[in-house]
Design a protein around this ligand. Structure first.
Ligand code: COA
Length: 261
């Protein structure tokens, strides 16, 4: 058993070569602030280097959320240039997750909204606990998903369902997530890590080089220019009054009043 030190993450490995990486800001429903993004990138680098780690499970601390999205307090003040940079930054961290040479399984144990769904989608496999709720609610903030959600959701559930989810900002519960292909399994609350360990153990019976090349080959079929367009559009929205209104309304715990500009 080995553990790494982080402020907003827990990373622990077991003797079977499976690491559990927990996003650990439960009082803010594990929202992804810049420290979490930075540490997540560091954690993936450590995982790549650590020969004792063969596979990884990502989950959220507490009983309510996997990750409730990017930190809206940090987003609220962004302008166009900063918004595009922020989106590109989040995308870069999630690319590191997606392209990790070791299998990464998301255990979605509650709300996976915005950046939370986007993080889960960047993982190689998703297991939903019964209380999982997926969603890309960004349009309700006067924004669009900016950490790869507009690109990965259609890959997983098809364009029509993805459009519906993104344009309504609607939510998907565990069973529907399984039926649409967003999640591979639904398990009882608290049983996700065990199920993920079971899958990871099966993977680790195989050659590690083959696993890494399989991940690379599958990912290679999905490279698209759409990611940079997503970051540009995310940035453009940060200069709109609707974005300031949408994010301020969340922080002030009131309904947004959009004006279309
Ligand atoms: N960014 C920053 N803070 C967040 C957050 C986020 N994405 N999601 C939750 N929080 C904070 C809340 O502000 C609150 O903080 P406070 O106790 O200091 O007021 C705390 O986490 C608990 O959240 P709360 O909203 O009180 O919990 P809830 O059970 O009433 O609602 C959610 C849960 C997930 C429905 C709600 O928190 C939510 O809608 N979050 C935002 C989801 C979102 O839009 N994500 C996309 C961002 S781009």
């Amino acid at each position: 058993m080995k553990s790494y030190e982080f402020e907003t993450l827990l990373l622990e490995t077991d003797e079977d070569g499976i690491a559990v990486l927990t996003i650990n800001r439960p009082d803010k429903l594990n929202a992804l602030n810049n420290t979490v993004l930075e540490e997540l990138e560091e954690a993936v680098k450590s995982i790549e280097k650590d020969d004792d780690i063969g596979a990884v499970i990502i989950t959220g601390a507490g009983e309510k959320a996997f990750v409730a999205g990017a930190d809206i307090k940090e987003l609220n003040t962004l302008n166009k240039k900063q918004g595009e940079k922020q989106s590109a930054r989040g995308q870069k961290v999630f690319f590191a997750v997606e392209n990790c040479s070791k299998p990464i399984i998301a255990v979605v144990n509650g709300y996976a909204l915005g950046g939370g769904s986007e993080l889960a989608m960047a993982c190689h496999i998703r297991i939903a606990e019964e209380n999982a709720v997926f969603g890309l609610p960004e349009v309700g903030l006067g924004l669009i998903p900016g950490y790869g959600g507009t690109q990965r959701l259609p890959q997983l559930v098809g364009k029509s369902k993805a459009m519906e989810m993104i344009l309504t900002g609607g939510q998907m519960k565990a069973e529907e997530a399984k039926n649409t292909g967003l999640a591979g399994y639904v398990v009882p609350q608290g049983a996700g890590v065990e199920k993920a360990k079971d899958l990871a153990s099966k993977m680790l019976k195989n050659g590690p080089v083959a696993l890494s090349k399989a991940i690379e080959a599958v990912n290679s079929g999905f490279r698209k220019k759409g990611f940079s367009d997503e970051a540009e559009l995310f940035g453009e929205l940060c200069d709109t009054e609707d974005f300031k209104e949408g994010t301020s309304a969340f922080l002030e715990k009131r309904k947004a009043n959009f004006q279309g500009r």
